[in-house]
Design a protein around this ligand. Structure first.
Ligand code: SF4
Ligand code: SF4
Length: 145
């Protein structure tokens, strides 16, 4: 199974080889979706963990023992239709195809079921139309045609 987490690293933990330890000690694969971790500073990383449920639980417990904060609800991308001008820039940075532009309308369609919550689209929007929230934005599969 897969589990998406946001990990908050205290300054003391940023040098730890987290993904290596997860793989070797727990047989858990960690795919990094987004990372903001600077040397000698605290940081944040969005990861998708893959493994058996017991291994995932053990890995999470280990991460907490290392002093990392864990957010198990990374939130959901929201798109403000009042700000969005359908320029398409966000679609070009989305790694999962969750932001779709298609003929004939070329209007932005957000497919939440494909979203990794990597947040790469947020800074890409010149109109600040994209944000991270805890409630549903554009409903999955809904477009504004
Ligand atoms: S957060 Fe944005 S860029 Fe990342 S997968 Fe979701 S829609 Fe795409
Ligand atoms: S970058 Fe912003 S304005 Fe452009 S399509 Fe995406 S959400 Fe809309």
């Amino acid at each position: 199974m897969k589990r998406r987490l946001t990990l908050h690293f205290p300054r003391e933990a940023v040098h730890q080889p987290i993904t290596y330890r997860l793989a070797v000690d727990f047989d858990v694969a960690a795919k990094i979706l987004r990372a903001q971790v600077a040397p000698n500073q605290s940081g944040t990383m969005v990861v998708e963990l893959s493994g058996d449920i017991d291994e995932l639980n053990a890995a999470e417990a280990w991460l907490e023992r290392q002093g990392l904060g864990i957010n198990r609800e990374p939130g959901q991308i929201q798109i403000d239709p009042e700000r969005c001008v359908d320029c398409g820039i966000c679609s070009s940075v989305c790694p999962s195809g969750a932001l779709v532009f298609e003929a004939p309308t070329w209007a932005l369609r957000f497919e939440a079921q494909h979203c990794l919550v990597c947040e790469q689209c947020i800074p890409s929007c010149p109109f600040e139309a994209i944000s991270l929230g805890m409630s549903l934005g554009m409903a999955p599969g809904l477009d504004r045609r």
